[in-house]
Design a protein around this ligand. Structure first.
Ligand SMILES: Nc1nc2c(c(=O)[nH]1)N[C@H]1C(S)=C(S)[C@@H](COP(=O)(O)OP(=O)(O)OC[C@H]3O[C@@H](n4cnc5c(=O)[nH]c(N)nc54)[C@H](O)[C@@H]3O)O[C@H]1N2
Ligand SMILES: Nc1nc2c(c(=O)[nH]1)N[C@H]1C(S)=C(S)[C@@H](COP(=O)(O)OP(=O)(O)OC[C@H]3O[C@@H](n4cnc5c(=O)[nH]c(N)nc54)[C@H](O)[C@@H]3O)O[C@H]1N2
Ligand SMILES: [Mo]
Length: 822
C-alpha cells in the first residue's frame, strides 16, 4: 500500500477534481423540497443573519435578514461553504493509524491518506480510544480543551457537545484563556478590575455626541465588525457612518495609530499616526512623559481613583532602575514617530474629551500585557474614565459592543458540563501531579515537555503527559503558531480525533475524522445584536445534513450510547425539545420587560425583536462613587502599579508598565538584520479565520495565482524585484510558504501582511515542507506573551520574501483527503 510521492500528489489532484458535488449526492436534501419556486427560510451565521431560498432541496440564494442594514460581502460565500469539495463526506481514519493504532508511524501524519469508515466503526474506535487512554494513562492523558469559533446557534454550539459527552466518559485536561485576548483578559483585571475586553462599552451615541478626539489604537473595526460571535446584524455600522460624517464636518477628529493604513481609515477618511510595529509602549511612555512634564495630567483623578502613579512616573522620568528618561526623543528612535509629533499628540489628547479605543492585535505580541496597561495609565492621566465619550475601551470592534444594550435575557445553550451530582464513567481525578488546566496557547509546549513547569499568572503549572487530543469547532492547524514545531509535538500524540464539517489541515493531521454538518443543516436559535442583545433569531434547517454528516448532537449522543450515558447526555430531549426549552426559559426571564410570543409563533415568524436599548457609560458608577462602586482590582482602585503583579517577581511583567525589547522586531530591532520584514497576521477581511477559505468561488475573489495574498509596500517589492501578482516565497528559520504578492501603498516599508486563517497545505508531511497556499502560522513564533498571561505572540514575527523561482507545486489545501481503499 505504499504510494510513491509522485503518485500521492497526483492522487490529491485527482481527488480534488472528482470531488465536485454530483447531483446524486443532493438527493437526500431534495426530499425536503417544498415547492418548485422554493421557500425563503431564516438562517444565521457569524457573517450575518440571512434569509435563504431553498429550491428542490438545494440552497439557491442567500440574502440579508431585513434588519441587517449593513450586510457584509461574506454572505456571498455561504453557498460555497455548504456545497464544496472540501466538505467531509464520511467518517475517515488515517491509513497507518487504522492498521497500527497507538503504534502507528506518526511521521506519516499530514500525508493525507485516509480510509473511509462507517459511523459504527468510527464511533467504536473513538470509544475504544477513550477507554484505552483512561485505563492506561488516566485523565491527564486526554486533552479536550478545544477553543474556537464554532458556528452560531446556542443549542448546537459544538464545543459544549464534545466536552459534555467526553466528560461523561472521563475527566480530561482543560484550558484557560483564548487566542483572541489572552494577554488582555489576564492583565486588565489587575489594572481596571475586569477583563474589559469582554465587557459592554460606552454607547456609540454618547461617543458621537461628547467626544472631541477618538484614538483608534491598533483597531480596524470597519473590517472586524463584519463578523460577530452570534448571528450578526451589523448595527454598529450605522454609528460608523455617523462618525464618518462628523469627521467630514470637523466635529470629531479620529486618529488611527497603526503601522498600516487600515480599511477603517480608508472608510472614515480619518488621520493615521504611523508607528513602527510593536513599539507602541515606547510611544505611550513618551506621551505620559509629555503629559506630566507639561502639567497636562489630571492630578485629582489620579489621587481619587488610582493607586501607584509614583513608581510609574519615576520610571518614566528616568528615576527607575534602568535610569533612562522616556523622553519623546528616546521614544522617537524606537517608534519612528518624530519627538515633536509625540508632544503634539499628548497635547491633543489633553485638549478635549478623548476616547481611546484599542483593538486586540497589539496584545497578540510578546509582552502584549504592556500596551494595554500603559493605555489604561494614559487614560487615567487624562482623567476622563467614566465620562461619556472619554476614557478607554478595549472592545468596540467586537460583537455589538457599543450598541445601546437592551438588557434583555437571551437563550442559554446546551450544557457543557455534567449535570449536578453526576460523575463520569471513569471518575478518576488522578492527574498524576500534573495540572488539570493549562493556559490555552501553551498546549504544544505541554506535549513537547511533559512534566515541565510553567509560571502562569502567579501560579505554577505542571504539564500533563497528553497522549490523545480531541478537536471540535476549532482548527488548531490554522490557529496555533509555528506549524513545524506543531508537527514535532504531534509525533508524541498517539491519537487525534477531529470533528468538523470541512477537511482542513487539522483533519489532515488527525487519526480519526468525523463529519459534522453545517449550521444550515440543523435547527437552532441564536441572539442577534451580540452584547447588546437586540433580538432572538430562529435558525431554520435549510437542507438535510449533506453526505454522511450529522449534527454534533447526534454524533455525541451515539458516542455516549457506547458507555450507556446517552440519556444523561441528551437529558432525554431531542433537538426541538431543547430549542423549545431554551426559548421558554428565556421567555420566562423576559416576562416583565419584553413579553415574547409562544415558541411556534416565533419559529414561524423567524425572530423576536427587543428594540432599541439604553445609552450606557463604562465606569460611570465607579466615577460617581469609587468607594461604593469599587472596581474589581485588589485595592478597588485603578492600579497604575500592581503590588500583586510585583509580588510574582516576573521580569517580563513587572509592577507597572515598562518598555521591553521583543525577541524579534523590525525597523532595527532584534533579528531584523537577518529577516528584515515584520509579518502581521491580522484577521481576514473576507473570512472568519479559516472558515470560508474553502468556499472556492469566493476565495477566487481575493486569491492571487490561487494563493493567499501577501501585502507589501512598493519599496520592499522594488528592492526584491517583486511585481504585483507574482508568486512569492515568504520564509524565516521556522518555515516557508507560497503566496501571491499584492503591492500596496497602504503598507510602509518593513511591514507585510498575510491574513490568518489561510488553509495550511504543505507539499508533504516532512518538517519544513513548503506550504503551498500561505498560512502565516507556518512562520509565526510560538512563545507566551510573558509569565503573567502566557498568551500567544503571533504578531512578533520577522520574515523575508522573494520571487518564487522553482517548479510551482499545486495547492494541496483543498478538496479533502486522498482516499485509500483497503
Ligand atoms: N497568526 C495568527 N494566528 C491566530 C490569530 C492571529 O491574529 N494571527 N488569531 C487567533 C484568534 S484571535 C482566534 S479566535 C483563533 C481562531 O481559531 P479557530 O476558532 O480555531 O478558527 P476557525 O477557523 O474559526 O475554526 C473553527 C473550526 O470549527 C469548525 N466548525 C465550525 N462549526 C462547527 C460545528 O458546528 N461543529 C463542528 N464539529 N465543527 C465546526 C470550522 O469548520 C473550523 O474548522 O485563531 C488565532 N490564531
Ligand atoms: N472579518 C473578520 N472580522 C473578525 C474576525 C475575522 O476572522 N474576520 N475575527 C474576530 C476575532 S476572533 C477577533 S479576536 C477580532 C480580532 O481583532 P483585532 O485583533 O483587533 O484585529 P486584527 O485585524 O488582527 O488587527 C487590528 C489592527 O491592529 C494593527 N496592529 C497590529 N500590530 C500592531 C502594533 O504593534 N501596533 C499598532 N499600533 N497596530 C498594530 C493591524 O495593523 C490592524 O490594523 O476580530 C474579529 N473580527
Ligand atoms: Mo479571536
Amino acid at each position: 500500500m505504499t504510494i510513491s510521492r509522485r503518485h500521492f500528489l497526483k492522487g490529491i489532484a485527482a481527488t480534488s477534481a472528482a470531488a465536485l458535488i454530483g447531483q446524486s449526492l443532493l438527493v437526500r436534501g431534495a426530499q425536503a423540497a417544498v415547492s418548485a419556486d422554493g421557500t425563503w427560510r431564516m438562517a444565521g451565521s457569524h457573517w450575518g443573519a440571512v434569509k435563504a431560498l431553498v429550491k428542490g432541496g438545494v440552497v439557491t440564494e442567500i440574502k440579508p435578514f431585513e434588519r441587517d442594514k449593513y450586510p457584509t460581502d461574506m454572505i456571498n460565500g455561504i453557498k460555497g461553504l455548504i456545497y464544496n469539495p472540501s466538505r467531509i463526506r464520511y467518517p475517515m481514519a488515517r491509513l497507518d493509524w487504522l492498521k497500527n493504532r497507538e503504534n502507528s508511524d506518526r511521521k506519516q501524519r499530514g500525508d493525507n491518506r485516509f480510509v473511509r469508515l462507517t459511523w459504527d466503526e468510527a464511533l467504536d474506535l473513538f470509544h475504544e480510544e477513550l477507554e484505552r487512554i483512561q485505563t492506561t494513562y488516566g485523565p491527564s492523558g486526554l486533552y479536550a480543551g478545544a477553543t474556537g469559533w464554532r458556528q452560531t446557534g446556542q443549542f448546537h454550539s459544538c464545543g459544549s457537545h464534545m466536552q459534555r459527552a467526553v466528560n461523561l466518559h472521563g475527566n480530561f485536561v482543560n484550558k484557560v484563556g483564548d487566542y483572541s485576548t489572552g494577554a488582555g483578559q489576564v492583565i486588565l483585571p489587575y489594572v481596571m478590575g475586569s477583563t474589559e475586553v469582554y465587557d459592554q462599552g460606552t454607547s456609540w451615541p454618547l461617543i458621537l455626541e461628547n467626544t472631541d478626539t477618538i484614538i483608534l489604537w491598533a483597531n480596524d473595526l470597519y473590517k472586524n465588525l463584519q463578523v460577530g460571535w452570534n448571528c450578526e446584524t451589523h448595527d454598529s455600522y450605522a454609528y460608523l457612518a455617523q462618525l464618518k460624517d462628523k469627521i467630514a464636518d470637523g466635529s470629531i477628529k479620529v486618529i488611527s495609530v497603526d503601522p498600516v493604513k487600515s480599511k477603517t481609515q480608508d472608510y472614515l477618511q480619518c488621520e493615521q499616526q504611523y508607528i513602527n510595529p510593536q513599539s507602541d509602549v515606547a510611544f505611550m511612555l513618551a506621551l505620559a512623559h509629555t503629559l506630566y512634564s507639561e502639567d497636562l495630567h489630571d492630578k485629582d483623578f489620579l489621587n481619587t481613583y488610582t493607586l501607584g502613579f509614583e513608581p510609574f512616573i519615576d520610571y518614566v522620568l528616568g528615576k527607575g532602575d534602568d535610569g533612562i528618561e522616556k523622553t519623546p526623543e528616546w521614544a522617537a528612535k524606537i517608534s519612528g514617530v518624530d519627538a515633536e509629533r509625540i508632544r503634539e499628540f499628548a497635547r491633543l489628547m489633553a485638549a478635549g474629551r478623548t476616547q481611546l479605543i484599542f483593538g486586540w492585535a497589539i496584545q497578540r505580541q510578546q509582552h502584549g500585557e504592556q500596551p494595554y496597561w500603559a493605555g489604561a495609565v494614559l487614560a487615567a492621566m487624562l482623567g476622563q474614565i467614566g465620562l461619556p465619550g472619554g476614557g478607554i475601551s478595549y472592545a468596540h470592534h467586537y460583537s455589538g459592543i457599543g450598541i445601546p444594550p437592551t438588557g434583555a435575557s437571551v437563550p442559554g445553550g446546551f450544557p457543557r458540563n455534567l449535570d449536578p451530582g453526576k460523575v463520569p464513567e471513569h471518575p478518576s481525578t488522578d492527574f498524576k501531579g500534573a495540572s488539570r488546566i493549562i493556559p490555552v496557547a501553551r498546549w504544544i509546549d505541554c506535549i513537547l515537555e511533559p512534566g515541565g513547569k510553567l509560571q502562569y499568572n502567579g501560579s505554577e503549572v505542571t504539564y500533563p503527559d497528553i497522549k490523545m487530543s480531541i478537536f471540535s469547532g476549532c482548527n488548531p492547524w490554522h490557529h496555533h503558531q509555528d506549524h513545524n514545531r506543531m508537527k514535532r509535538a504531534f509525533y508524541e500524540l498517539e491519537t487525534v480525533v477531529t470533528i468538523d464539517y470541512s477537511w482542513n489541515a487539522t483533519c489532515r493531521f488527525s487519526d480519526l475524522v468525523l463529519p459534522a454538518c453545517t449550521q444550515f443543516e440543523r435547527n437552532d436559535i441564536d441572539v442577534y445584536g451580540g452584547y447588546s442583545k437586540t433580538g432572538i433569531l430562529a435558525m431554520h434547517k435549510l437542507v438535510d445534513p449533506l453526505f454522511h454528516s450529522r449534527t454534533d448532537f447526534d454524533i455525541f449522543t451515539d458516542l455516549s450510547r457506547r458507555y450507556g450515558r446517552h440519556k444523561e447526555y441528551t437529558q432525554n430531549k431531542d433537538e426541538f425539545q431543547w430549542l423549545k426549552e431554551l426559548y421558554n426559559d428565556c421567555k420566562k426571564a423576559n416576562e416583565d420587560k419584553y413579553p415574547m410570543p409562544e415558541f411556534e409563533q416565533f419559529w414561524e415568524g423567524g425572530y423576536v425583536h427587543f428594540g432599541e436599548g439604553k445609552n450606557w457609560v463604562r465606569h460611570a458608577s465607579f466615577r460617581e462613587d469609587p468607594e461604593v462602586n469599587a472596581v474589581g482590582t485588589p485595592s478597588g482602585f485603578i492600579e497604575i502599579s500592581s503590588r500583586k503583579i510585583g509580588s510574582y517577581g516576573y521580569d517580563d511583567c513587572q509592577q507597572h508598565p515598562i518598555w521591553m525589547e521583543k525577541a524579534e522586531r523590525s525597523h532595527g530591532g532584534p533579528g531584523s538584520d537577518k529577516h528584515p520584514l515584520w509579518l502581521q497576521s491580522v484577521h481576514p477581511d473576507k473570512r472568519l479565520h479559516s472558515q470560508m477559505c474553502e468556499s472556492d468561488e469566493y476565495r477566487a475573489t481575493y486569491a492571487v495565482q490561487g494563493r493567499e495574498p501577501v501585502f507589501l509596500s512598493p519599496e520592499d517589492a522594488k528592492a526584491r524585484g517583486i511585481n504585483d501578482g507574482d508568486l512569492v516565497r515568504v520564509f524565516n528559520d521556522r518555515g516557508q510558504l507560497l503566496a501571491g504578492a499584492v503591492v500596496s501603498d497602504n503598507f510602509p516599508a518593513g511591514v507585510i501582511r498575510i491574513q490568518e486563517g489561510a488553509w495550511y497545505g504543505p507539499t508533504d508531511a516532512s518538517i519544513g515542507a513548503l506550504d503551498t497556499y500561505g498560512d502565516p502560522n507556518t512562520l509565526t513564533l510560538d512563545v507566551g506573551t510573558s509569565r503573567l498571561a502566557q498568551a500567544p505572540s503571533a504578531n512578533t514575527c520577522l520574515v523575508d520574501i522573494e520571487v518564487f523561482t522553482g517548479t510551482v507545486p499545486e495547492v494541496t489545501s483543498f478538496g479533502g483527503p486522498t482516499v485509500v481503499n483497503t
